[in-house]
Ligand binder design. Structure first.
Ligand code: HEM
Length: 147
């Protein structure tokens, strides 16, 4: 989900502190560096299903978990190097606790009348989903509908 959602698509901006050679490119000191995480997280040829949510992206031929090379270390946080996301541990824990708590209590149902989901993100510093309607059902008993 985090790969496809790519919530911080340009990561944090950085700046070279000295003249730098990178893969044949000369980058002068003081150049602003803006990362394009889509080039990692949705690159054609790097993923079996680059534009789809599909856990098979992370499975090898034997069906075992295998982290693709394009998923730099902890990819969705662009967690590589000294400026990696400081909140990663906290965010991972929160995502797990909140998601599991909700899934244990509720069923999330895409209403038939809502048609096909539109996953086109709303662009900004972060990518967010378009507003949508979903049915949320208490696992037992009762029924809530959110709009
Ligand atoms: C799902 C949640 C989160 C995502 C996807 C995320 C993603 C990112 C990304 C992409 C960067 C830039 C890394 C780089 O420049 O290479 C970053 C940096 C950072 N994040 Fe997060 N983050 C999340 C949650 C958090 C939380 C909960 C905190 C704090 C409690 C936090 C604090 C920071 C800080 C302080 C930096 C700057 C680190 C530095 O430049 O040295 N993040 N995050």
């Amino acid at each position: 989900i985090q790969r496809l959602a790519n919530t911080v698509p340009l990561s944090a901006f950085h700046c070279t502190t000295k003249d730098t050679d990178l893969m044949g490119y000369s980058i002068p000191k003081g150049t602003m560096i803006i990362q394009n995480l889509n080039s990692v997280l949705r690159e054609e040829g790097q993923w079996k299903f680059p534009l789809e949510f599909n856990p098979e992206n992370f499975l090898n031929e034997q069906g075992e978990f295998a982290k693709p090379e394009a998923f730099i270390e902890d990819g969705c946080f662009c967690a590589s190097g000294p400026r990696m996301c400081l909140g990663e541990g906290l965010a991972r824990m929160q995502l797990f606790l909140i998601t599991v708590t909700l899934l244990r209590k509720f069923s999330f149902i895409w209403p038939d009348e809502a048609g096909k989901p539109d996953f086109t993100p709303v662009f900004g510093v972060t990518l967010t989903p378009k507003p949508y309607t979903m049915k949320v059902k208490l696992r037992k008993p009762g029924f809530i509908q959110l709009a």
